[in-house]
Ligand binder design. Structure first.
Ligand SMILES: [Cu+2]
Length: 307
């Protein structure tokens, strides 16, 4: 009986190991992939911290607790079943054990809370060029330098799409999800065949690489609460009517990065994706110049096609 039990645990453990090895093979930054487990690859200092936090203290703590509970359960099943232990003990209290099982979880939570609050503070503190951020070392209390923002983008949640304003230009555009079929050719298979279904939009947010972007997030004053989230950037912040929330990101790699509205906001909640294209500084300069002179369609025409 015991041997069989342990063999099943062994089989489960090897399936678990095989599954954790999968996403490493199939990871593509900026979007989810089939069979993916775990977080999307990081392209910002904040997402570095989230990865380090998840793969470090959280994973070790969770694994330790699961193994401890498993061992306790196995001991109980083997030593205290009716056959092995026909006359049960009538013990009820043990002060030492009760103090231990109260204090140890508190200590565990404190150890988790320190990096957790530090990452949260980093997310909500706009860089000023002096403050240091955690990066991959979440117990460092700050070692990574991040330049002050040189660009401000305001995202406004609408029912059901996003409006983006380039605040310095006092100019913006709307960004709608591309449908799979259309009568006028404005569908994803025609316009952006290489981009993912339900994530591709007509007008991407364009930002330069290696630049700190201040992101202001709100929602239409007559609308509902949304949330702006891009997993690869490690940002997720509520879009609340009448309130201006602020966060930031510093993307160090060009490419397409997708996110979704992450607050259950209404009937088309699932159909208001966020698409951010990180381009080189030269591409951005050409794009923003064209946007300043004309409109977003002229500006997007300056960008090379995505491979
Ligand atoms: Cu929404």
């Amino acid at each position: 009986m015991t041997g069989k039990l342990f063999r099943s645990f062994g089989a489960l453990a090897s399936v678990g190991l095989a599954l954790t090895a999968l996403p490493a093979l199939a990871q593509e930054p900026g979007q989810p992939v089939p069979g993916q487990i775990g977080l999307q690859p990081s392209v910002t200092p904040i997402m570095d911290s989230i990865h380090a936090f998840h793969d470090g203290p959280l994973m070790w703590t969770i694994t330790g607790i699961v193994l401890l509970v498993l061992v306790l359960l196995v001991i109980v099943m083997l030593r205290f079943n009716a056959k092995a232990n026909p006359v049960p003990s009538r013990t009820t209290h043990n002060t030492l054990i009760e103090v231990v099982w109260t204090v140890v979880p508190i200590l565990i939570l404190v150890v988790i809370a320190i990096p957790s609050f530090s990452v949260l503070t980093d997310q909500l503190t706009i860089p000023d060029g002096e403050r240091k951020y955690l990066g991959t070392n979440i117990f460092s209390f700050g070692e990574e330098e991040v330049p002050a923002p040189s660009l401000t983008i305001k995202a406004t949640g609408q029912q059901w799409y996003w409006d983006y304003e380039y605040v310095e230009e006092a100019k913006g555009f709307s960004s709608n999800m591309l449908r799979e079929t259309s009568s006028d050719g404005n569908d994803r298979p025609t316009l952006k065949p290489n981009e993912p279904r339900l994530l591709a939009v007509d007008n991407d947010v364009i930002v330069p690489v290696n630049t700190t972007v201040r992101l202001q997030v709100t929602a239409d004053p007559t609308g509902v609460i949304h949330a702006f989230a891009v997993p690869s950037f490690g940002i997720k912040i509520d879009a609340v009517p009448g309130k201006l929330n602020e966060t930031w990101f510093y993307a160090r790699r060009t490419g397409m990065y997708y996110g979704q509205c992450s607050e259950l906001c209404g009937k088309d909640h699932a159909f208001m994706p966020i698409a951010v294209r990180v381009v080189t500084q030269e591409e951005y300069d050409a794009w923003i110049a064209a946007f300043r002179e004309g409109n977003v369609i002229d500006a997007n025409a300056t960008l090379p096609a995505l491979s």
